[in-house]
Design a protein around this ligand. Structure first.
Ligand SMILES: CC(C)(COP(=O)(O)OP(=O)(O)OC[C@H]1O[C@@H](n2cnc3c(N)ncnc32)[C@H](O)[C@@H]1OP(=O)(O)O)[C@@H](O)C(=O)NCCC(=O)NCCS
Length: 194
């Protein structure tokens, strides 16, 4: 199976306007609604996206964006979030996910940020691991670790209150020790003095 990964943000905008999301890209919303949401997100300068294309079909995507204003993470101007990564089921386990992330992290600006990924089991496609969330978690960790993410502890309720949910973070090479220290503190204490 051949596919192309696109990270040129202007090209992505054109592709999103012209081509279609594979109909099975539906873990988060119906594929056409998700495509619309990605198009709206791309209107912000703040967003970085990568797309995977197979025969003029969008078969996977990943997006990095800023935290919402009501999230604790907004307090760190050097923090961004891996919002979503999704690959159509027919194309999974063929490195599309890892290639999407590798392409995103080749973009120089990502080195200026701590990028976090909040992993909630209600978004997972547990059919892939016969309903086993631990196996799914291991798969996701493997994919994220392949581009330098590591697990961090947080008391964020949607993570801390569910055994299988977890947070990963990738610390860019330009992040200082003091920025990392503030991040680790904010992760375990939302109202910490920074
Ligand atoms: C997560 C997701 C994007 C991964 O995409 P993908 O294209 O299948 O990923 P890749 O093929 O690059 O990598 C999958 C890796 O997991 C490995 N893997 C599979 N099952 C595993 C397990 N139980 N434990 C550890 N690793 C496992 C595969 O061997 C492969 O690694 P390798 O290529 O180094 O051998 C895809 O599964 C998906 O879209 N899931 C639904 C949406 C989702 O859960 N998104 C994440 C939350 S936002």
């Amino acid at each position: 199976m051949s596919y192309t990964i696109i990270t040129n943000q202007r090209e992505i905008l054109k592709i999103l306007q012209k081509l279609h999301f594979h109909s099975n890209l539906n873990r988060f919303r119906d594929s056409d609604k998700q495509q619309e949401a990605m198009l709206i997100a791309m209107e912000s300068d703040d967003v970085l996206m990568a797309l995977a294309l197979n025969n003029e079909n969008i078969i996977g995507y990943a997006i990095i964006l800023s935290p919402e204003s009501d999230e604790r993470w907004i307090r760190l101007n050097y923090l961004k979030m891996l919002g979503v990564i999704e690959v159509a089921p027919e194309f999974r386990n063929q490195k599309v996910g890892q290639k999407l992330l590798q392409a995103l992290f080749r973009l120089a600006e990502t080195e200026n940020y701590i990028i976090i990924s909040l992993e909630y089991c209600w978004h997972w496609d547990l059919d892939m691991t016969n309903g086993d969330p631990i196996l799914y978690k291991n798969m996701l960790k493997h994919v994220l670790e392949s581009v330098g993410f590591e697990e961090f502890h947080t008391n964020e309720p949607d993570i801390a209150c569910y055994d299988v949910n977890f947070m990963m973070a990738r610390v860019g090479s330009k992040i200082t020790l003091s920025q990392l220290y503030d991040f680790a503190n904010l992760a375990i204490q939302s109202n910490v003095d920074l």
